[in-house]
Write a protein that binds this ligand. Structure first.
Ligand code: SF4
Ligand code: SF4
Ligand code: SF4
Length: 239
């Protein structure tokens, strides 16, 4: 299984990762207008798998500009797969070698338009024309051929690292110890449950409301839906 380490204390918001993601995945540009922020586009969308978020915050009486290059966390036990498979087996795939989680064309049968019903991090987006859901795919085609994901490859500041999960977890702990000397509130985010591990210098809520979540939980509503669809599937199979 592969993991990323994303050290937000190093990110300069150059957006090289965002552009590289578009290039590798052959995703078209998104038409936008000025909404008073450098964050562009404003939100993730079916053609934008990676988005560098910008937040201005006053922390301990000083102004800080916080940057958060956001992408799917490739959860170790992905809730979106549990929910998606309830609607259509194979709608969401997890590669057993790399841990990459990606959506297939069968995801058009997932009967909701709300990303939060699939994902505690509010990541996937649905194409309104095709109904197919999409998001970061870990550049699994590159990874399977021994390459780093495109976003990691281009990052000029060393914010992003990629490798075997055990090595990345070890690196994350070492980096945390170093970063804590300058950022006493530094912490790793959900490192036990995700494969995209963020290291933050400040309270995660300062960056973005969905930076931290509980990937191990599925809301009671989703759980019941999942049970209902599993029951229907069993009934169909037994005739
Ligand atoms: Fe930050 Fe690296 Fe992305 Fe630039 S390429 S925005 S430094 S993570
Ligand atoms: Fe699925 Fe969301 Fe986890 Fe990505 S972050 S694997 S979309 S549940
Ligand atoms: Fe985009 Fe690949 Fe990075 Fe995911 S891993 S954000 S698909 S470049």
């Amino acid at each position: 299984m592969k993991s990323f380490l994303v050290d937000l204390t190093r990110c300069t918001a150059c957006r090289g990762c965002q552009v590289a993601c578009k290039q590798w995945n052959k995703l078209p540009a998104t038409e936008t207008s000025n909404w008073g922020s450098h964050q562009n586009p404003k939100e993730l969308n079916p053609d934008t798998y990676k988005l560098v978020r910008f937040e201005e915050r006053i922390i301990e009486e000083k102004l800080h500009w916080l940057f958060f290059p956001e992408q799917c966390r490739h959860c170790v036990d992905p809730p979106c797969k549990a929910v998606g498979d309830g609607y259509a087996e194979g709608a969401v795939i997890q590669d057993p070698d790399t841990g990459a989680v990606y959506y297939t064309d069968l995801s058009k049968d997932i009967d909701t338009d709300d990303p939060e019903e699939l994902c505690p991090y509010n990541i996937p987006r649905r194409n309104p024309e095709t109904g197919i859901w999409s998001k970061c795919n870990m550049c699994n085609d590159r990874v399977k051929n021994g390459l780093k994901p495109a976003c990691v490859q281009v990052c000029p500041t060393g914010t992003m690292e990629f490798g075997d999960r055990e090595d990345i977890l070890e690196l994350a702990q070492k980096r945390l110890e170093t970063v804590k000397k300058e950022f006493p509130k530094a912490q790793l985010i959900n490192e036990d449950t995700v494969n995209v591990i963020y290291l933050v210098g400040y309270d995660p809520a300062e960056y973005y409301e969905y930076l931290m979540a509980d990937a191990g939980s599925i809301s009671p509503r989703l759980f019941h839906r999942r049970q209902m669809f599993a029951g229907l599937r069993r009934m169909r199979q037994t005739g």
